[in-house]
Design a protein around this ligand. Structure first.
Ligand SMILES: NC(=O)c1ccc[n+]([C@@H]2O[C@H](COP(=O)([O-])OP(=O)(O)OC[C@H]3O[C@@H](n4cnc5c(N)ncnc54)[C@H](OP(=O)(O)O)[C@@H]3O)[C@@H](O)[C@H]2O)c1
Length: 323
């Protein structure tokens, strides 16, 4: 698998990250191990989890995914090769989701213990906490880095201005700063006037910010639960509309021309966008993983990327407005 330099950290990470949200709960141990092993054999080294995964699923209590990947790394003896990202900030049983210093400290310890590791490679604020003064959260995060508990810090579900304010404060105080942003992102766009709160999406503002700053972004839910191809999955209401219909058609048409699946077109489109975005793919089906990883062999031309960008109704609307 290709690697890319992770912004200002200078570290090379896998160009495709594997999400592990349902490991340890909804996806069986055998299937999860098959998927993890296949990802690893293909060169993948970047895993995404969170303290809350996946307390809302049957049998889940939170920390299930962390414990599961910790066990997998022990069984495979590969901790030293993996780049492990986890998060805190949302409610889970026994923990009110905040970015208060005490929560940052204790949740980090709990995550380390559940995974059985000494250091978290990338520790995210899973959401912005506007009730806790930024300085307090950022100082606590910095102490984790200074104490060797965490290597790098990330932000997730942040607005651009809050992200920049946080980074600015960290720099002014000489603290470790957020090195990347993880948001909801796929080829389909939320329809005007809808939100996915508390999940926030990548938008034009963040694309420009990331491009200008060389600041890496990661996309969660890149395949929208398989909705590009699956009859058994319903698009969330926020995506329903002509814009989405046109974009699905565009992905299918280009896929047909190139002998690629719509999922591969979607992943290639985001990985080859400017700036390139790291997708966090997730599956309990090894065949789906194989399909998703094969995106590495799919190079889109500048014209094809531009055509995909232009599909939808917004471009046409703007043309009408300015003509
Ligand atoms: N920061 C945040 O707030 C946040 C929020 C949500 C998720 N995440 C992270 O992002 C990761 C991915 O999120 P997600 O699960 O929402 O992503 P997703 O893009 O919706 O992908 C997962 C779903 O897509 C299906 N799928 C995957 N590949 C497929 C293929 N080739 N063909 C058909 N169906 C396919 C999977 O079903 P099968 O199992 O049947 O393949 C699964 O139901 C999570 O594991 C987590 O680590 C972060």
């Amino acid at each position: 698998m290709k690697t890319i330099t992770f912004g200002q950290t200078g570290v090379d990470v896998s160009a495709i990250c594997l999400g592990t949200m349902e490991f340890g709960t909804a996806i069986s141990k055998d299937k999860s191990y098959e998927v993890l092993d296949m990802y690893f054999e293909n060169g993948g080294r970047f895993l995404d989890t969170a303290n809350i995964y996946a307390h809302w699923l049957e049998g889940g209590k939170g920390g299930d995914s962390e414990a599961f990947i910790g066990q997998w790394m022990r069984d495979r003896g590969n901790r030293g090769e993996m780049f492990i990202a986890t998060k805190l900030g949302f409610d889970m049983p026994g923990e009110t989701g905040t970015l208060r210093p005490d929560a940052i400290k204790s949740e980090c310890e709990s995550s380390l213990q559940r995974m059985g590791i000494d250091t978290i490679d990338l520790y995210y604020a899973h959401r912005d906490d506007q009730e806790t003064p930024l300085e307090e959260s950022l100082k606590a995060f910095d102490e984790l880095v200074a104490g060797g508990k965490v290597r790098f810090l990330g932000a997730s579900n942040f607005m651009a201005w809050r992200l920049e304010r946080a980074r600015d404060l960290s720099r002014a105080n000489g603290w470790a700063e957020y090195c990347c942003l993880q948001q909801r992102h796929s080829y389909l766009r939320l329809q005007a006037g809808t939100t996915f709160t508390p999940q926030l999406t990548i938008n034009e503002d963040l694309m420009a910010y990331s491009r200008a700053e060389g600041f890496p972004m990661l996309a969660y839910t890149p395949l929208l639960g398989g909705c590009y191809v699956r009859e058994d999955r319903q698009l969330p209401a926020q995506y329903l509309g002509v814009d989405s219909d046109n974009r699905i058609q565009a992905a299918r048409k280009l896929g047909g021309l190139l002998g690629a699946t719509p999922n591969q077109i979607v992943l290639a489109w985001m990985m080859q966008s400017d700036p390139p975005i790291i997708p966090i793919i997730a599956t309990g089906n090894p065949e789906h993983l194989r399909e998703n990883l094969a995106v590495e062999n799919l190079q889109l031309t500048a014209e094809q990327l531009a055509e995909l960008d232009a599909a939808g109704i917004c471009g046409e609307r703007n043309m009408v407005l300015i003509s």
